[in-house]
Design a protein. Sequence first.
Length: 316
Amino acid sequence: MPFTAVANTMQALVKYHGMKDWKLRIPYHDSISVNTTCLYSEVTVTEGGHGALLVAGKENADALRRLEVVSQRLAGKPFRELGLRVDSKNMPGVDGKGLGFSSSAGAALTFALDRAMNKEKPDLEELSKVSRLFAASASRTMVGGFSRLYAGVGDNDTYSEKFADEKDLPLRTVIVPLPSSVRTEMAHEEVESSPFFKARVESASKRCDRLEKAIKGGDLRAVGELVEQDTLELHSVTMTGKNHMVVMSPDTIRVITRVRELRSNSVDAYFSMQTGPSVFINTTEEDEDRVKKAVSKMGYRVLVSSVGRGARIKHG
């Protein structure tokens, strides 16, 4: 003590939508993601804090509620009884929704609590089960690289596994942060009301195997096409739920249109979105600058990422 843990955000490639078990946060089907390198959460732990959790310097009731479940699993007691002060912040400060900060915060907080109570080398696969209780996406973020969350029937068989890294597919991603007031939880809660939900579950389940094979084979074109299809399906189901939520914004459509124009001019570029308007543009190292310049000229802020690592100690 003190020490700082860090976890990068992830880009969901095959995205889960809805939960078949909200208490254990078990999705209806498997999902696949890749960690970023440019967006991350930092968690600093010190002793004597009387169970204080501060997010960007302020108390956060939702984060504390989620962390209590993690604390019970790791320590068998409420977080406030651990005698710790935990300060969490997301870096860098960007105004965007659908960037994956709940995943990085969940992974970093879980990793930090485990480190505070256990000095042995952490088992990231086991910790993926615990971080899933904070946010299902945090399970994939925990292990890093290209990872797959297996949606089992219970706690023990619902976990994440890293199956590839940058050596398999040297992916580059240009991220376009876009703001929104829509909460991800709201979209997950109503998705079952879409008449297309069952078809979405079946389609996404099959896509996971195809996408994993494409990533391991370094086939960016296949990866890009599969991820674009998954993105459009996800938002179609969101828009056809009971509240007809439209998470895309006009800026989202402009960026997607520009990506398609770039591709028609022989640039390897494919769009991806999570449950938010922000756009991830997957590309190659060779085309990264062309994509970045094209989107920047439209007036948008952009961030550039490669394949990120799993949760870890930064210092301390």
